[in-house]
Write a protein that binds this ligand. Sequence first.
Ligand SMILES: Nc1ncnc2c1ncn2[C@@H]1O[C@H](COP(=O)(O)OP(=O)(O)OP(=O)(O)O)[C@@H](O)[C@H]1O
Ligand SMILES: [Mg+2]
Length: 225
Amino acid sequence: MIQFRGVTKRYDNDHYALKNVNLDILSGEFVFIVGASGAGKSTLMKLLYSEEKPSGGTVTIGGINVANLSNDRIPNLRRCMGIVFQDYKLLQNYTVFDNVAYVIRTLGISSKEINARVSGALKIVGLYEKKHAKPSELSGGEQQRVGIARAIVNGPPLLIADEPTGNLDPKNSMEIMQILDQINQRGITVIVSTHDNAMVDYFRKRVITLDNGEVVRDIQAGTYE
Ligand SMILES: Nc1ncnc2c1ncn2[C@@H]1O[C@H](COP(=O)(O)OP(=O)(O)OP(=O)(O)O)[C@@H](O)[C@H]1O
Ligand SMILES: [Mg+2]
């Protein structure tokens, strides 16, 4: 599903955020991306959702080279993936329901269909009962669950989560990872960057380690170190 070939990323300076990254991520995989702060985890993810372009090499998703994607085609790309952020990025004035619904309101589907899809996504993350609440009335873990519902409401084949548990305590982190694991079991490819060694050790998924922009380790059913 995803191929990185000789991928290099330099921002505006001489420093390489990514150096000759070669990776294959298959459809249906669950992958942890780990590494020290500044190792390049977020950069790798930003290349996937075309927030940044590689300086060299190719990044291909489902046969499309996202490195060459023109700006007007980026929204189309993002409709094929869900993105989850460390800081949730919820709209504070919107209810839980509307935070999830607004992503699909522009697709020209009926309000009945919107209602069905949003309800389905909220049930997957266990927040259907709180659909009328505002983000400020939710715990951090609940807010992240809204973020996940928003990411999956359009039924994407790929979910990308950049430190989804970075602001959460161990109990909430475990709940979030379990939800991501369940989503993966529905067949969605899941890529999660994290600093949380306990979580990585618990789940025993494929672990890709970045160090100074390079892939230094890539093992199945791995641990953090
Ligand atoms: N917009 C930017 N402009 C310049 N340099 C950047 C930019 N974004 C990231 N970098 C640099 O690229 C390198 C990789 O950063 P990146 O954010 O990908 O690391 P990370 O592994 O996600 O770190 P963290 O665990 O702290 O989130 C770092 O040296 C960082 O300073
Ligand atoms: Mg980061």
